[in-house]
Unconditional design. Sequence first.
Length: 732
Amino acid sequence: MTLVQLKNMSLEGQEILNPHFLEQVSSLNAAQRQAIEITEGPLLVLAGAGTGKTRVLTTRLAGILLGRKAWPSQVLAVTFTNKAAHEMRERVAKLIGGPAEGLWLGTFHSVCVRILRRHAELLNLQSSFTILDADDQLRLIKQIVKAEEIDEKKFTPRILASIISRWKDRALTPEKVSMPASEFEKAAYHIYGLYQDRLRVLNAVDFGDLILLCLKLFTEHADVLAQYTTQFHYILVDEYQDTNVAQYLWLRLLAQGSGNICCVGDDDQSIYGWRGAEVGNILRFEKDFPGAVIIRLEQNYRSNAHILGAAAGLIAQNAGRFGKTLWTQQTGGEKVRIQGVWDGEEEARLVGEEVETLHRRGQSLNEIAILVRAGFQTREFEERFITLGIPYRVIGGPRFYERLEIRDALAYMRIVVQPNDSLAFERIMNTPKRGIGTSTLQTLHQVARYEEISLTEAALRLMDTDELRGKAKTALQGLLFDINRWRRQLDTIPHGELARIILDESGYTGMWQADKSPEAPGRLENLKEFVNAIDEFESLPSFLDHVSLVMENASNTGAEMVSIMTLHSAKGLEFNSVFLTGWEEGLFPHQRALGESGDAGLEEERRLAYVGLTRARERAIITFAANRRVHNQWQSSIPSRFVEELPFEHTERTNIGGRSHAFVRHKVPSKLQAEEASSRSLHEKDFQLDQRVFHVKFGYGRVIALDGDKLEIDFDHTGVKKIMKCFVENAQ
């Protein structure tokens, strides 16, 4: 179907093409137009970042309908989010001049629900089956765990639910799961079949079942599969690189009919391996669909040439990719700036100053984004923006002090500082689980209201009576004893250290260490950053006052705001100015990704860096710090290997001291090599009292105290600082 054929189409003498459609087709570049003209057979559209992927997908769909290649009911279009489906439906309606009634357009899950409702009886379900949400799923698994006398403290239901969901994403029914090796997987294996049986009794399914049961329906009932392979003349798939195994198998079955399947995606933007996405699905498209045509969309309409050049040089280091090079007709533009800083605090200060400068020059705050690799990084930026009075929003998650684990930790600190804080006491009383149930809480409230006292005081009084007995009383007594002991330590232990002790001794840190859900490592990182934050204040009460003011300011912000988010949350978004922060080994690429997935993990981290860079239209600024405080200990950092992989001709680089220089190309040392080098430098440098020294940031100074591997130095212009030996040079 060529552009000329489309323009000449008519029905009963009337022009059937919507002006919007003709205008859009005329604006397409050659590769985009080819992607909508090739309608027969398998087609893979490799759509780079900012190359007009959605425009191609919607124009192709509209062209099929306007060209009378198929009725709406004969076209299946699947997306990953309801937002994407809604946007596609609106765009198609505009292009064809009205809604496409009968079109099968929706998310994978919504399309599967539609199919399952029609054929539920073939799967021993009623068509009115219930779809359980995550809370209902968890409650049901808890019931089974209890009935099977499985230790809930050791094998938490949330972990078991996560393992079962991963099996479903890989299209593994209970009978297809191989006997697992780990204890957690063995426990999940034991209850998986029982869980599925219970779902059938309840006439219910969970989200993983929607695709899994559809696969079961198609494989066990050939006539049903034939009905849909005959019905769907055309299949269109958005974000194909994000499909998991079950979704991939489902699509392959449906494409057996006409073979007219068009998948749009970008192997360089596959960043969801941790939640089941298989980048291999898109990489083997030609093998899965013989005779497939591959079209590369490489003309970028978003970023300047330097940003694209830097991104292209970075992603070229990946072996597992098709290969494409983004380009733009734009000329000029800023190079990607790479800025080294001393520590996280200076990084936040630098970003804050840059944001203020951009805003003064007329840049809307809505067009500025700060992208981080891990959620805990947002805290220093939030604190800095509040100090400067810059409104901000955290996208893809709550603000730092609004996170569940931080609110819990704050409640522990509040009850130690203020024993009559009943709201804090109620929050932490059974978090983590201590066997203090609803009836105990009701008794406490009853006494508190009657005596007009706080919940803590009510609990203390009940220790001398018989209203509470057994495990609940023992647990409550132990908690009260701990709180009183922590309160006595307020004046004897540094408050940052005390916060760590409270979180450890209360069992709260251990609760998240035992949690195997994908969110748990991030929550633990946030708790470490929470302790770091406390250590920056004079006392625990002053820290709590600060948080109260932060939360109050957060509620009074205006509509125009800087966006702060993780790199994962940034996918699909774009901004004029993007700050990419924390580009250090161990943080980005993240050590956990490297440890768990090796080379595959490294390549996914590199794709994440590529996604971050290509969010920027006009400017991208990368920062890394020489020092980060981890586990409340200062650690030296080396720049991410990704910094070295960025082409020099597209970047401007500034060192920690703020002086521009040409970075020397070198291989990033391994962690062991870095530790050995650091150890050697410590032993090789011996300093004396009164010795003159030089530091790249603070300048010249005099050693006034020696403390192991640290020096206390009175700098000529910046006063007394405590510095690691390895960052100081002899100036005599």
